[in-house]
Design a protein around this ligand. Structure first.
Ligand SMILES: [Zn+2]
Length: 270
């Protein structure tokens, strides 16, 4: 059975999103037979078609929070998943803000096209076939945002958009692979004009990785600072200072997940 994480878009943030230097199409995951589309931002439908993702066979779409770079194409993917709204099938999972809030990005029309919709808060769980998924808290401008932990042969954490807190890191201890939305190169409060930090920066990513201590850390969802600096340099810096294997995902990159015993070999072979 294929186990893989397919990065369709590794960009995030407003300026990168409108420029599309890195795509904002989200992540396609196959684990324990479940086909899942995670956080379909702008361009998800187009990138999924280009990368031959089997949209009509998707089991679930997961939306971690309501922001446009995570949710914009959810409606279009639901149409693809339901054969143009003709077949009621599939599961939509999302935060309160994504599925119920006043500015919910997924319309009621589209939500009704699925066989099931699940609205989740942190620390809840659900299953897609044999795959159990738990939700985790985030610290972000969307107060109802959630992260996901996929309990497959390997445990895979997607922290979603969040600043570092020790408490959030604690939720992910025990995960073999963690996916970090590392948007800022360096957040500087003195240059923030009173704005508070909304996203993880490289120092936050290091703290998460040190606390969680996974076998592999994957950084993605890059903003302009990291894209200009070079995401691979950032990954190298993080790996050097944490001692934990860290890679910067590229658009269209597929990371195949091996069985637990030979997983590290499989990752390093790429
Ligand atoms: Zn966000």
């Amino acid at each position: 059975m294929t186990q893989k994480i397919h990065f369709l878009g590794t960009g995030g943030g407003r300026i990168n999103m409108i420029q599309q230097l890195r795509a904002t199409a989200g992540i396609y995951i196959e684990l324990m037979g479940a086909k899942i589309y995670l956080d379909p931002g702008p361009g998800a439908l187009i990138k999924a078609r280009a990368q031959k993702i089997p949209l009509n066979k998707l089991d679930a779409i997961l939306v971690s929070h309501c922001h446009i770079d995570h949710s914009n194409d959810a409606g279009a993917l639901i149409e693809a998943m339901t054969d143009g709204m003709r077949e009621k099938r599939g599961i939509l999972v999302g935060s309160v803000s994504a599925l119920e809030g006043p500015d919910k990005p997924v319309s009621t029309y589209h939500q009704n096209a699925l066989s099931k919709r699940i609205v989740l808060k942190p620390d809840e769980q659900f299953s897609i076939g044999k795959l159990r998924i738990t939700t985790t808290p985030t610290k972000h401008t969307d107060k109802t945002g959630i992260g996901f932990i996929f309990h497959a042969e390997n445990t895979i954490s997607y922290l979603s958009d969040t600043n570092y807190t020790k408490k959030i890191a604690k939720n992910h201890i025990g995960s073999d692979i963690i996916i970090l939305n590392c948007l800022y190169l360096k957040w500087d409060d003195t240059k923030a004009n009173g704005y508070s930090q909304k996203h993880m920066d490289v120092e936050d990513a290091k703290k998460f990785i040190k606390d969680i201590n996974p076998e592999l850390a994957i950084i993605q969802h890059f903003g302009m600072g990291i894209i200009r600096h070079g995401p691979w340099k950032v990954a190298e810096d993080i790996q050097n200072s944490t001692g934990i294997k860290t890679v910067a995902a590229r658009d269209n990159q597929i990371i195949k997940i091996g069985a637990k015993t030979n997983s590290l070999k499989a990752w390093t072979k790429r």
